[in-house]
Design a protein around this ligand. Structure first.
Ligand code: FPP
Length: 247
C-alpha cells in the first residue's frame, strides 16, 4: 500500500498550514547560496499544492515570507520577491486547470508594487475556483495581525459601533486576516526546528503540530501524506477527557 492509500479519506484535515523552513541549510549543504535553496523550494511548493488538491484538503496556508524576513540581506529579499512573481506567473494556468483559488494573508500593502499587482491579478483570476484554497502568508506575522485586529476593534468601540461586552472569541476571529477560513487542524514545520515563529498564533490554539527534519526543498508528496497519517493517529480532545471524546 502506498502512503497516500493509507490516508483515511474521511478524516482529511480541512485546513493545513505549513512553515516552509530549511531552504538556506539545503543550499549550504550543497555549497550554494541561500537563493538557490529558495529556487528549489518552489518544487516543494508545487508538490505540496498538488498533494493537497489530490487528497481533498480545502485550505492550505503557506508561510512564504514573514514580517521579520524583511530584515534579511537585501539581495535575498529581492530574490524572494522575484521568485514569488515568477512562480505566480508560471503557475497561474495550473491553478486554474486544477480549480485552485489563490488568496493571501499578511501586510500585502507592504509588498513591492509589482508583487502586489501580480498577486492581486492571480487572486482575481482564480476567484471563481471552488477546489483547494491556497493561502500565501506574505509579509505576515501573527503579532502584527493581532495588533491590527485590536486597533480595528478599539476604533469601533471608540465610535460606539461596538460594545466591549460583544468582544468574544468569535468576534475577534472576524477581525483577523483568516476570517474566511477555519482554524488549521494541522500545522507542519520542516527542517527540524521546533518553533512557531510568529505564525497563526491565535488560530493554532487547538491545532496538531507536526515537525519533520526534512528540509523544505526536499519535501515531497509522501512527506505531506505522512504528516496527515500522523495527524490521523492523534486524539483531538479540545480540553475534554478521552472518555468524553469517545462518547
Ligand atoms: C525558509 O527557509 C523559507 C523562506 C523564508 C521562504 C520560502 C519561500 C519559498 C519556498 C519560495 C517561494 C514561495 C512560493 C509560495 C512560490 P530559510 O531561508 O529560513 O532556511 P534556513 O532556516 O535553512 O536558513
Amino acid at each position: 500500500m502506498t502512503i497516500k492509500e493509507e490516508v483515511l479519506k474521511n478524516q482529511i484535515p480541512q485546513h493545513i498550514a505549513i512553515i516552509m523552513d530549511g531552504n538556506g541549510r539545503w543550499a549550504k549543504k550543497r555549497g550554494n547560496n541561500r537563493i538557490f535553496g529558495h529556487k528549489n523550494g518552489v518544487t516543494a511548493v508545487r508538490e505540496t499544492v498538488e498533494a493537497a488538491a489530490e487528497i481533498g484538503v480545502k485550505y492550505l496556508t503557506l508561510y512564504a515570507f514573514s514580517t521579520e524576513n524583511w530584515a534579511r540581506p537585501k539581495d535575498e529579499v529581492t530574490a524572494l520577491m522575484s521568485l514569488l512573481v515568477e512562480s505566480i506567473h508560471n503557475e497561474l494556468t495550473t491553478l486554474l486547470e486544477n480549480n485552485i483559488k489563490l488568496r493571501a494573508i499578511g501586510n500585502i500593502d507592504s509588498l513591492p508594487g509589482n508583487v502586489r499587482q501580480n498577486l492581486n491579478q492571480a487572486i482575481q483570476k482564480t476567484s471563481h475556483c471552488t477546489g483547494l484554497t491556497l493561502i500565501l502568508a506574505l509579509s505576515y506575522s501573527s503579532r502584527w495581525e493581532i495588533i491590527e485586529a485590536v486597533k480595528k476593534i478599539s476604533a469601533e468601540v471608540k465610535n460606539n459601533k461596538l460594545s466591549i461586552d460583544a468582544i468574544d472569541v468569535q468576534l475577534f476571529n472576524q477581525y483577523l486576516n483568516t476570517n474566511e477560513y477555519p482554524d488549521p487542524e494541522l500545522l507542519i514545520r520542516t527542517s527540524g526546528e521546533l518553533r512557531i515563529s510568529n505564525f497563526l498564533l491565535y488560530q493554532i490554539a487547538y491545532t496538531e503540530l507536526y515537525f519533520t527534519p526534512v528540509l523544505w526543498p526536499d519535501f515531497r508528496k509522501d512527506d505531506f501524506f505522512k504528516a496527515i497519517l500522523d495527524y490521523q493517529k492523534r486524539e483531538r480532545r479540545f480540553g475534554k477527557t478521552s472518555e468524553q471524546i469517545k462518547k
